[in-house]
Design a protein. Structure first.
Length: 84
């Protein structure tokens, strides 16, 4: 099974430099990025290593990753518009 990358640099390539800059300045964004990376790492570990899991737990993790990604996007979008 081919697993698509879900790290933030792949999800938001247009915001990659902004993500790395804002992580130093914005504590909320830094916390969201850290949580996203933790959840994403767990999901990737399950997928790549064929680890046992409960379907509902795995789906909950994917939904959490999506909510975090949405929150990160909103911050990036507002900060990129503010600097434009």
């Amino acid at each position: 099974m081919h697993i698509l990358p879900h790290d933030l640099d792949h999800e938001f390539p247009e915001f990659s430099p902004l993500i790395h800059n804002l992580k130093q300045e914005d504590d909320r964004l830094a916390m969201l990025v850290e949580e996203y990376e933790r959840v994403n790492s767990q999901i990737v570990d399950i997928e790549e290593n064929d680890k046992p899991f409960q379907d509902f737990e795995f789906e909950a993790m994917k939904k959490q990753r999506l909510r975090l990604k949405d929150s990160i996007y909103l911050i990036l979008r507002s900060r990129s518009v503010a600097t434009a």
